[in-house]
Every structure is written in structure tokens, then in C-alpha cells.
Design a protein around this ligand. Structure first.
Ligand SMILES: [Mn+2]
Length: 207
């Protein structure tokens, strides 16, 4: 395997935990981690409503994200918007990791929360929230700009849908693995009134 490709495959450690609306099997919260030639796209999508009725719009969004993962985020967002008009619509947060630049670009529409926890103990602030604008992909799409952030090895991104009660970020320690964080946040903070999903992505740097 070429060294560069290997480095990119090993650049992230990630995990997902989710729980459908109590009593339902199908969730309207979906996630994606998709590698492409120069990076990795990660995404969390929450279709309006929950469960079985919400799942098709979320699935459609994920298929578009997967197909166009290599494109700049604003362009991916526009494609999703165009394809989702006529559906119930979704909210989503996206992050595109570029290991060769040690950076991540992110943007969000609606209330999928994003927090980036710094592995550098001297970093102030220790965590950064993704600024998202209200709106609906496939409905009322706001004008959003992507935001580029430099990464340090160990930096950990957490995306969570609104089925997860906010305010858990301060409880996260980087001694936990992504899977431990995702499982614990769902167990302790999932609401009883919605689907819930947490995606945790740790940047491992180029090795
Ligand atoms: Mn929701």
C-alpha cells in the first residue's frame, strides 16, 4: 500500500452510538464516515420527525454525502439541498478531515451539535462549539460558510443530534476511546422523546 494512502486510512479513530425513539426500531438519525483520495468526510444527519417516517430522507442525504464526499462542503450541502426538496428535509453537520494539512473543515445547518475537544492541555478554550445556522436542508437553507480549524494529534470531534441532551461536553475526557465516549453519552444523555445519535472522531495525525 502506498505510504500516503496508509497514513490517511490510519488518520482517524471513530465510533458511533445510537438509539431509536423508545419503542421504534428504525431511526431517522444517520451518520457517515467516508474516505476519499485526499481526506475523510464525516457527517451526522437528523431527518425532521423521527423513526420510520424520517428514515428515507436521512438515507437519501447519506447517499449523496457518500457519493460527493470529495467535494468542498458548500458544494456537498447544495447537492443535498437540491435532492431533498420535496422530502421532509434534514438538519446536518459535516466535517472534512485533510490529514495532509492537519486540518478539518466543518459546517452545519440546523441543530446537530458539534464540539471539538482539544488534546493540547494548554489550548484555551479547551473545546470549541460548531456554529450552526438554523434552517433545513431541502427546505429553508441558510447561507453558511465552512470553517477551517488546525488539528493536533488526539483532538476529538463529537457530533450529536438533538435527541441527546446538550451539556455533556465537559464530562468528556480524552482518556476514553471514541467508542467509550459515544456509548457513555448515549447511555447518560439520550432523551426519551426522539431518536438519538452520537458520532465521535479522534484525529490520530499522520503516522
Ligand atoms: Mn432529532
Amino acid at each position: 500500500m502506498p505510504r500516503q494512502l496508509q497514513a490517511e486510512i490510519h488518520a482517524l479513530d471513530w465510533a458511533v452510538a445510537s438509539r431509536a425513539f423508545p419503542g421504534e426500531i428504525i431511526s431517522g438519525d444517520h451518520s457517515l464516515v467516508k474516505r476519499f483520495a485526499k481526506g475523510i468526510l464525516v457527517a451526522v444527519v437528523d431527518a425532521l420527525g423521527h423513526g420510520r417516517e424520517a428514515a428515507p430522507a436521512a438515507g437519501k442525504a447519506i447517499a449523496i454525502l457518500e457519493r460527493y464526499a470529495h467535494e468542498p462542503l458548500p458544494s456537498i450541502l447544495q447537492r443535498c439541498h437540491g435532492e431533498l426538496i420535496g422530502t421532509r428535509g434534514v438538519v446536518m453537520s459535516l466535517a472534512s478531515f485533510k490529514p495532509s494539512d492537519r486540518s478539518m473543515t466543518w459546517l452545519g445547518v440546523g441543530n446537530v451539535e458539534g464540539v471539538l475537544i482539544s488534546a493540547d492541555p494548554r489550548a484555551r478554550p479547551q473545546s470549541t462549539m460548531l456554529l450552526t445556522l438554523g434552517g433545513i436542508v431541502g427546505g429553508d437553507l441558510p447561507k453558511v460558510s465552512p470553517w477551517v480549524v488546525p488539528l493536533t494529534r488526539g483532538d476529538t470531534l463529537v457530533f450529536s443530534t438533538d435527541g441527546v441532551r446538550p451539556g455533556f461536553a465537559s464530562s468528556i475526557t480524552l482518556a476514553e476511546s471514541p467508542q467509550e465516549i459515544a456509548d457513555r453519552v448515549i447511555a447518560a444523555h439520550a432523551k426519551e422523546t426522539d431518536d438519538a445519535l452520537v458520532l465521535v472522531v479522534r484525529y490520530l495525525g499522520d503516522q
